[in-house]
Design a protein around this ligand. Structure first.
Ligand code: MN
Length: 370
């Protein structure tokens, strides 16, 4: 999963002098890096675009296209603009160093090479680059989180305030049946807010990496039965039937809390997007070593162009539920994270107007020790 930490960083050396190239190549390979070589600027640009290295060591003096020109071209192309460039220069060339920095170079190393220095500078800039990427991704997550809190928590809480105000005014003229309906709406909206808060907290914890799966073998039918019980109140209001078609004694091997969060989210989504009088079925089947679990509704369906976006945090979600229910899409993102942490995957089959089935796979038993 964690590719960045396990795979060796890829470094491109662009250098026309074979002796220098040989020294740098040996140095970097010995330090455990994956190394690519280019003997001139043109080849360098080609490799940079094709292989997208993590860092580029770039000689300045080269025939035809020199290092400065190569750097300019790298920085002008959005695909390669963010790759740190370290110039290779002779010790005395102060003007070249300054010109390099002006062109966006991250650093320079001097010839003749001091081995430890080369490796330290390369490592420093790889670390900086990784931190920059992490920061960008955290920032995107933060933006999304703020927008969820802004839109999706504010609306229902406004609604709850309005409702409680109406209920507190004894002279509002509402009859008992109406009052009961208000109270039921209040209950349903508060339970949605609670579910959203649950998801937000889960997601925040999983972002910090502190949420590790503790897989165990358990009876899926039993877990689904329990989740259906919890979800039933919202389903009943829309006269939607929830059916547990998981076979008896059907066991799966995954983190039980995560399984509960997944089933809860898939069920509550299905209820949101199914019209009054519809049906939601949960069933499971063996598929080799895996179990394939499905939550199928007779709901409004999802247009095909939205299927992939459903599991991505940065995408805006589409429409509210069939009774105007609010949704953030956070539930599905959690489902994807959790199922992948447990060695499975999740996808969606849907036809507009006919319904949606969310399927996910999980192991049926612990993997045998190799
Ligand atoms: Mn040269």
């Amino acid at each position: 999963m964690n590719r960045e930490s396990k795979e060796a960083a890829k470094i491109l050396i662009v250098e026309d002098n074979p002796t220098n190239m040989g020294i740098l190549f040996d140095l970097l390979e010995q330090a455990g890096f994956q190394t690519l070589m280019a003997l001139d600027g043109k080849q360098g640009l080609f490799h940079a675009k094709a292989a997208l290295p993590d860092l580029i060591l770039l000689d300045i003096l080269m025939p035809e296209m020199d290092g400065f020109e190569t750097c300019r071209k790298l920085k002008a192309d959005p695909r390669t603009a963010e790759i740190p460039v370290i110039f290779i220069t002779a010790l005395s060339e102060i003007d070249n160093k300054l010109k390099g920095f002006a062109l966006g170079a991250a650093d320079y190393i001097t010839k003749p090479f001091h081995h430890e220095e080369v490796i330290s500078r390369v490592k420093t800039h790889l670390t900086l680059q990784k931190q920059r990427r992490d920061l960008e991704s955290l920032n995107a997550s933060k933006d999304r989180l703020l927008s969820i809190i802004g839109h999706d928590l504010k609306n229902p809480i406004n609604f709850l305030m309005g409702m409680s105000q109406i209920l507190s005014e004894s002279e509002n003229g509402a009859d008992e049946a109406q009052m009961r309906e208000f109270v039921r709406d209040t209950y349903s909206v508060s339970s949605n807010v609670l579910a959203l808060l649950d998801n937000l907290l889960c997601w925040a914890r999983s972002q910090t990496g502190e949420l590790k799966p503790a897989p165990e073998i358990f009876d899926l039918q039993e877990l689904v039965r329990h989740q259906i019980m919890i979800c039933n109140k919202n389903a009943e209001q829309k006269e939607i039937r929830l059916k547990n078609d998981v076979p008896r004694d059907f066991s799966v091997y995954m983190d039980m809390d995560m399984a509960e969060t997944m089933i809860r989210n898939l069920l509550s989504n299905a209820v949101k997007f199914t019209d009054k009088g519809g049906e939601i079925r949960i069933f499971a089947a063996e598929a080799g070593d895996l179990a394939e679990v499905s939550v199928a509704d007779t709901g409004v369906g999802i247009p095909p162009e939205h299927h992939e976006k459903l599991f991505s945090l940065q995408e805006e979600k589409w429409g509210p539920g069939t009774a105007g229910e609010q949704g953030t899409g956070l539930g599905l993102i959690l489902c994807k994270e959790f199922v992948e942490k447990n060695g499975g995957r999740i996808w969606c089959d849907s036809k507009e107007g006919e319904g949606t089935t969310f399927c996910f796979t999980v192991p049926r038993s612990a993997a045998p020790q190799p």
